[in-house]
Design a protein around this ligand. Structure first.
Ligand code: GLV
Ligand code: MN
Ligand code: MN
Length: 433
């Protein structure tokens, strides 16, 4: 096991984008993100992996020692296996959400090599760009554009808090915005995707197990609520004369909590922008962003409808920024990985590997929706906290995660006795994407 390479890579990433809060600010196409992308490229180069960047900016580093190119292998019926995650973060996010999957994937390459294993199908380590949507508002933008679930026109017009468009951010990062678009050729190479991720809850703490396999992702989405008002003096304007945009926003926040409780969902208003933003000025405009999720799609939709209706009565405009329906991961693949992991995860006695659903969105979900058989491994998080500096995974569990991922990849990339692709590598029919 490559605990040393994991630890060394982790130590290198630690200072990048670190904020005084103790968390990380690593936003898509920012200076910090570019540093992380360079770091990733250097790690891939050090391992002799062949780095390609798709039309969106996602970085794919291929290991293929077989005959011909990766595309030749795919054409010959040996689609690749991709592993990885993302390196960007939410504002003041934890160190693990994303980077754990990328670092574990690179350490898996090292572990396979240390064991003298050469994959019989191409293996890629991927760094998806802009998973959190922290800067431009749409989560998993990198995998959504890649798979055609977000149009390049819409993506390019997104703006960050400073008014910088996605197109301008790409240009500033040295990329040509005209290149942005779905990338069929890249997708075709990926027969299976496995994303390892820190658990974003406490199920594994309660179960006393370091690693689980994912079953599904709750339906979830983001909506922007714009409440109108009128700026005026906080001291001289009579209460009855005011049009205070903040009141509508307050109703949204309290309503979200109330309706979510009634409907068995979760709802969060975690971002707000107030114009003009003066302590002594009545708000002329308030924008609040609602994040709503839940186990039942119809309940999430009903929740948003109810909140939209309430806000509409107060003159608000509501815009849906993203929506992801329920994602169910491939059960054959999940069962197969559970079988591989039984007894392979830091214990000598075979353990039952738990299957967990999650309320968090992931690139693996976007790929699964696009028809790529995908799976996720979750690594125990003792705090259960995520999207916060308190997010954590013990080093021993990180190593168990690498061990688990290595066992899975070994199985998924192993050829049959006659040089056939791995029996059971789940393959898509041509033109599925
Ligand atoms: C991504 O982490 C999300 O679930 O919002
Ligand atoms: Mn996240
Ligand atoms: Mn993540």
């Amino acid at each position: 096991m490559s605990t040393t390479t994991f630890d060394a890579m982790w130590a290198e990433l630690e200072p990048v984008g670190w904020a005084p809060s103790g968390g990380y600010r690593r936003f898509a196409w920012s200076a910090e993100d570019l540093t992380l992308r360079e770091w990733f490229a250097a790690e891939c180069a050090r391992r002799g992996l062949d780095l390609t960047v798709d039309r969106v900016g996602n970085q794919w580093a291929w290991w293929w020692d077989g005959p011909g190119t990766v595309d030749d292998a795919v054409a010959a019926g040996r689609p690749g296996v991709a592993i990885g995650s993302h390196l960007d973060s939410v504002p003041d996010g934890g160190a693990f959400d994303g980077p754990l999957g990328v670092v574990s994937a690179l350490a898996t390459v090292d572990a396979l090599r240390a064991a003298g294993v050469t994959p019989d199908v191409p293996l890629a380590v991927v760094n998806f760009v802009d998973e959190e949507g922290a800067r431009f508002g749409i989560a998993c933008a990198g995998s959504r554009v890649l798979t055609g679930q977000l149009s390049p026109e819409r993506a390019l017009a997104l703006t960050d808090a400073d008014g910088t468009t996605y197109a301008e951010a790409l240009r500033a990062a040295g990329r040509d915005p005209d290149e942005l678009g779905p990338d069929e050729q890249t997708l075709r190479r990926v027969g299976t995707f496995v994303e390892l991720h820190v658990e974003q809850g406490r199920a594994l703490v309660d179960l006393g197990t370091p690693v689980a396999v994912a079953s599904d992702i709750w339906p979830h989405g983001r909506w922007r609520f714009d409440f109108p008002g009128e700026a005026n003096h906080a001291g001289t304007t009579r209460l009855e004369d005011r049009r205070d945009a903040m009141l509508g926003y307050a109703d949204l926040v309290l309503g979200a909590r109330h309706v979510a409780t009634q409907r068995g969902c979760v709802a969060t208003v975690g971002k707000v922008a107030v114009t003009p933003g003066g302590v002594n000025a009545i708000p002329a405009h308030v924008t609040g962003w609602l994040d709503a999720r839940g186990p039942q799609e119809d309940q999430v939709r009903a929740l948003v409808e109810e909140l939209t209706g309430r806000a509409g009565e107060l003159g608000a405009e509501v815009t849906r920024e993203s929506w992801t329906p329920t994602t169910r991961f491939d059960t054959d693949l999940a069962d197969r990985l559970r079988g591989v992991l039984r007894g392979a995860v830091g214990t000598e006695t075979p353990v039952s590997v738990p299957v967990l659903g999650t309320g968090a969105g992931h690139d693996a979900g976007i790929l699964a929706t696009a028809g790529v058989p995908s799976a996720m491994l979750f690594v125990r998080n003792p705090t259960g906290v995520s999207h916060s500096p308190a997010e954590h995974a013990e080093r021993e569990d990180c190593h168990a995660g690498v061990e688990a991922l290595t066992a899975c990849v070994r199985d998924l990339t192993r050829g049959g006795p006659d040089g056939e692709p791995a029996p059971g590598v789940v393959r898509r029919a041509d033109g599925d994407v």
